[in-house]
Design a protein around this ligand. Structure first.
Ligand code: MEV
Length: 299
C-alpha cells in the first residue's frame, strides 16, 4: 500500500468534563460534521514539525515496527483538520487519532481500537498533562458515549434531542484549566471528595435522562454541572453570557463544554424550531460560530 488513510471527528462533552480526570464518568457527543483526515506515505518527513503529533506518528510507526509490519523510518503524514483548534472540541485527540489510523492503515497494523487508543492517549498526555481519555474515545466513536475509566459504551437518546454548540471565540487552554482544577480540589480533599460524589450523581442522572428521553431533566443537570464547573474556576464571563442567552431563548439547559477558560458552550433544545432561535440568540450574545448536532431515538 502506498497511502494510508485515517479519519476522526470532533466531540462535545455533554457532562463530566474535569471531574472525569478523577475517575468519575462522563458523557460525550460525536460532532460528525467537524472532520479530520490524514494521509500517510512511506519515507521520512522533510520538514519535521517536532510537536506532539510528530511524536505520535513516530510512536505509531514504532509500534508497527515492533509488530514487524513496517519498514524502519518515519512515514510522512499530512493532516487536514476541520476542527477549530483550542476550543474544547477535541482537535488534538482527533488529529492524533486520524494520524495513528493513517499509519495503521499504511502498514496494515494494529487495527484493534485499544491499541489505537493507547497511542492517542500517549499523545494526549503530552499535550494536556493528565488526560482522562474521554476525548480519545469520543473522537473515534460513532454514537454518544458513556465514558468511565478508559472505556466507552454507546448511549442512546430515548427521544430526539438537538444541541447547539457555540464558540466564544476565545481560545481555551485545557492544560491550564486542568491544572487550575487540580489546585482547587487539592486545597481541600474532604470538599473535593464531596464534590466528585456530586459530579458522579449528576452524570448518572443525566445518563438516565438521555435514555428515558427526559430532556427537561437533562437540561437541569447540565445547568447544575455548569455551576460546579464555575466553582472549579473554569467558567468565564463570556461563557456565562452564552449560557444565559441560551436559557433566555428557551433552551432546556446549557453549559461550557470541554476544558473551559474560553472555548465552547453546549445548549440543549428539544424542538427543531427552537434551534434557529437558539443559534440567533447565541450569536447575538457573542458566539463567533455555532454548530447543530442532533441525536434521535435510536441514534
Ligand atoms: C477536555 O475535553 C476534557 C477534560 O476533562 C480533560 C480530560 O478529560 O482529559 C477537561
Amino acid at each position: 500500500k502506498s497511502v494510508g488513510v485515517g479519519l476522526a471527528h470532533g466531540k462535545a462533552i455533554l457532562l463530566g468534563e474535569h471531574t472525569v480526570v478523577y475517575g468519575t464518568p462522563a458523557i460525550a457527543l460525536p460532532m460528525a460534521g467537524l472532520t479530520v483526515s490524514a494521509a500517510a506515505r512511506h519515507g521520512t518527513r522533510t520538514a519535521p514539525r517536532d510537536d506532539h503529533i510528530d511524536a505520535t506518528i513516530e510512536a505509531a510507526a514504532d509500534a508497527a515496527l515492533r509488530r514487524r509490519r513496517a519498514p524502519a523510518g518515519i512515514p510522512h503524514v499530512e493532516i487536514t483538520c476541520g476542527i477549530p483548534l483550542g476550543r474544547g472540541l477535541g482537535s488534538s485527540a482527533a488529529c492524533a487519532t486520524a494520524a495513528v489510523r493513517a499509519v495503521a492503515d499504511l502498514y496494515d497494523a494494529y487495527r484493534e481500537s485499544d491499541a489505537l487508543y493507547d497511542l492517542v492517549q500517549h499523545s494526549e498526555r503530552q499535550v494536556h498533562g493528565s488526560a482522562s481519555g474521554v476525548d480519545a474515545r469520543a473522537v473515534a466513536a460513532d454514537t454518544p458515549i458513556w465514558f468511565e475509566h478508559g472505556t466507552a459504551r454507546p448511549l442512546t437518546f430515548g427521544r430526539p434531542a438537538v444541541f447547539v454548540v457555540a464558540d466564544t471565540g476565545v481560545s481555551g487552554a485545557t492544560g491550564k484549566a486542568v491544572a487550575c482544577v487540580r489546585e482547587v480540589l487539592g486545597a481541600d480533599p474532604a470538599r473535593a471528595e464531596r464534590f466528585l460524589a456530586r459530579a458522579r450523581m449528576l452524570v448518572c442522572a443525566a445518563a438516565d435522562a438521555v435514555v428515558s428521553g427526559r430532556l427537561d431533566v437533562l437540561g437541569q443537570r447540565m445547568l447544575i454541572f455548569q455551576d460546579l464547573l464555575g466553582e472549579l474556576g473554569v467558567s468565564t464571563p463570556a461563557i456565562d453570557r452564552l449560557v444565559a442567552a441560551a436559557l433566555e431563548a428557551g433552551a432546556h439547559g446549557a453549559k461550557l463544554t470541554g476544558g473551559g477558560l474560553g472555548g465552547c458552550v453546549v445548549a440543549l433544545t428539544g424542538s427543531a424550531d427552537g434551534v434557529e432561535r437558539l443559534r440567533a440568540a447565541l450569536r447575538e450574545a457573542g458566539a463567533v460560530s455555532t454548530w447543530t448536532i442532533a441525536f434521535g431515538a435510536g441514534s
